[in-house]
Design a protein around this ligand. Structure first.
Ligand SMILES: Nc1ncnc2c1ncn2[C@@H]1O[C@H](COP(=O)(O)OP(=O)(O)OP(=O)(O)O)[C@@H](O)[C@H]1O
Ligand SMILES: [Mg+2]
Length: 413
């Protein structure tokens, strides 16, 4: 039965390479989010974070939405959708405004204005702003300020990272969701969403790298002094590991996925030299035994490649020596035995697994790194007021999507 009022419902849609997952939550009168239900469907229409088959993507979105509606007992009209892919870029910008308020006290309006000024960058026609992330504020020339609200002065400045997406790649996601009869309220960079479900404020202050290894991509994001400083996407994920196993042992992909999950280990030194497992027979081939060490060596080669690239990317930034809280790993492939140990051996910092937890209604099955992005999307949606840095550009294509949805909501409530 569909009984909840739509306005209390916040929905996140994570369109991943492996699964489309819809997380439905409800905000109670105290503003606390309760997870009402999660729907998921296998995804086949995306590659490297991009839509490559619209029909399959729309079908999977519909399935995941319908399942989520049934479990949660609500009708879903709009979602916050994650976005990733190699088309995401980040540029630095800067804004300055006079402080307008009474007696020079900085208010939310001044902060909004200075962020607006900072996002006035000239962009090629095919690029659109998805986030404007404050790095540091200055009041009358005094820098290093993270939260200027309530301070006094005459001039407010901000340095920002402007995150942009390719309009066509973003439109493909938005249109696929629209074709499932769902509005998109906002699009959110996937690692920002995942970080909201997995990182503590303390870790973000101390400096931390979030690494989300999914099926088709590995996203990483560097936080320092409480803010997102750098992010990137590598077009390699757990599916490449499966493919390597398939080729090396000449077995079908489904079987390769199976043995990877059951017997795989990312660090072959953790596996006993002589340990064997049985690969069941199929297609007329008899069952055969395999050395777990051989399997792990294939996995290790690919997983170490992923971490070496992430390390190289982070070393190129100014933040490699500012990650006191180490690494938080999330995404389905981080469930692989030995992954945390491997990350530690390559990056030489503490590593932990990032799992969404602590939300009322989030049952154990979903307290898994597979759901970090989906759960993070509803957290983003409910907290973005406080996260003034993460804004959808008001004048943009994306804003029009949001705007039309809001107009529609106004008509009904
Ligand atoms: N227990 C496990 N052990 C090892 N690997 C696993 C396990 N469970 C899932 N995986 C792997 O995780 C990957 C899928 O992860 P996830 O669900 O986070 O991807 P996605 O979000 O759909 O993809 P992407 O973020 O790349 O678009 C697959 O490669 C799968 O084989
Ligand atoms: Mg993912």
């Amino acid at each position: 039965m569909l009984h909840k009022k739509t306005k209390d419902i916040v929905v996140g849609l994570d369109a991943g390479t492996n699964k489309i997952c819809t997380v439905v939550s409800e905000r109670d009168s105290d503003g606390i989010l309760h997870i009402l239900g999660i729907g998921h469907a296998p995804s086949q229409g995306l590659r490297k974070g991009l839509v490559i088959n619209a029909e399959k993507t729309v079908e999977a979105i519909k399935k995941s939405i319908i399942q989520a509606e049934e479990i949660a007992g609500v009708e879903i009209n709009s979602v916050f959708a994650g976005i990733a892919g190699g088309h995401i870029q980040s540029i630095k910008s800067h804004g300055v405004v006079p402080i307008s308020g009474d007696g020079g006290e900085i208010t939310e309006i001044d902060i909004r204005k200075v962020l607006d000024a900072a996002k006035a960058v000239s962009l090629p026609i095919e690029r659109e702003i998805i986030h404007v992330i404050a790095q540091e504020y200055s009041v009358d020339g005094q820098g290093g300020i993270m939260s200027p609200r309530g301070m006094f002065g005459t001039r407010l400045e901000v340095a920002v990272n402007v995150v942009t997406a390719s309009v066509s790649s973003a439109q493909n996601i938005i249109k696929s969701i629209n074709r499932a009869n769902i509005d998109v309220e906002s699009i959110v960079l996937q690692p920002i969403a995942s970080s909201m479900a997995t990182l503590t404020q303390e870790e973000k202050e101390s400096g931390v790298v979030l690494i989300d290894i999914g099926g088709g991509t590995t996203d990483f994001a560097v936080f320092a002094d409480g803010s997102l400083r750098h992010s990137g996407v590598i077009a390699i994920g757990g599916d490449h590991v499966t493919n390597d196993i398939k080729i090396r042992f000449n077995i079908p992909a489904t079987r390769a996925e199976d043995v990877k999950i059951k017997f795989g280990c990312a660090l072959s030194s953790m596996v006993n030299e002589n340990e064997e497992f049985i690969l069941p027979g199929m297609f007329g081939y008899p069952a055969r035994s395999m050395l777990r060490k051989d399997l792990s060596e294939v996995i290790e080669a690919r997983m170490s490649e992923i971490f070496e690239i992430v390390k190289h990317e982070i070393d190129k930034t100014n933040y490699s020596n500012q990650i006191g809280a180490g690494i938080v790993m999330t995404g389905g492939a981080s469930l692989m035995l030995g992954t945390l140990e491997m990350a530690n051996s390559i990056m030489h910092v503490p590593v932990r697994l990032g799992i969404p937890s602590g939300l009322p209604g989030l049952n154990e099955d979903y307290q898994s790194p597979i759901y970090s992005t989906g759960v993070g999307l509803v957290l983003f949606a409910s907290q973005q007021g406080e996260y003034g840095h993460y804004m959808v550009d008001d004048d943009s294509f994306f804003y029009k999507v949001v705007h039309s949805m809001r107009e529609m909501v106004k008509k009904y409530f």
